[in-house]
Ligand binder design. Sequence first.
Ligand code: NDP
Length: 248
Amino acid sequence: MKFSGKNVLVTGSSRGIGAEIAKTLAGFGLKVWVHYRSGAAQADAIKEEIIAAGGQAAVIGFDVSDEEAFVDAIKTIISSDGELSYLVNNAGITNDKLALRMKTEDFMQVINANLTSTFIGCREFFKNARKKKFGSVVNVSSIIGETGNAGQTNYAASKGGVNAMTKSFAQEAATSGIRFNSVTPGFIATEMTEVLSDDVKDSINAKIPMARMGGAAEVAQAVAFLLSDHSSYITGETLKVNGGMNMA
Ligand code: NDP
């Protein structure tokens, strides 16, 4: 896949979907900033894996809910590499509870980690990229942002917000040559879904037309396409990566 830019920050790339995105993008020749909050050793291991495969990588750690830390991190990357060509806002959490039992702080924790952080990343990226009139951002959202889900009012609100916000950034940035898109993975086999019981996994698979959970690498390929030059006329798009669920 062809990329005119040279580097990318992938938030939450110490494990799961983010780690696959990091390795995939490094394989296409980008220098990848592998990012973590608490998993420094895991992030280092991903960096080493990329370097061993002949790619370029560096590690950076911060909490995406901390605005000052996020802004400083983007400055650090730009002062190190001269630019930040691409951003993947992937870091995310869940904190599931039925709405009647959900405290406002449970709601806000997920909104801050998933939605507010993505806003900060998009805004800071846009601020810097418009000087070069080049850049592309992919936000990792979720099918739950399109369909809702019992027990996930906080998560659904955060991801629905990411989808709508991505389209708004896309409209503001289109004439600056900067594209904003999102992907909405369905059920993907990672630590986030590993905690589900076998019964729940079976009932999920029964609802997926392709009858299986997706792999993180399958999400990574979609993210790479949306970041790359191959999607140069696509902005404000929400690309479903879900084995055929929610086709409407
Ligand atoms: P994991 O739980 O496996 O990994 C989450 C990553 O995000 C880790 O690297 C973690 O870092 C980082 N992270 C979490 N909170 C913060 C924070 N406040 N600041 C900085 N980093 C943070 O998640 P997945 O790989 O499963 O999910 C990745 C994305 O994909 C999320 O946005 C999720 O909502 C979305 N998604 C996942 C699906 C799935 O089925 N797995 C389906 C649809 C969407 P550390 O470990 O260092 O704390």
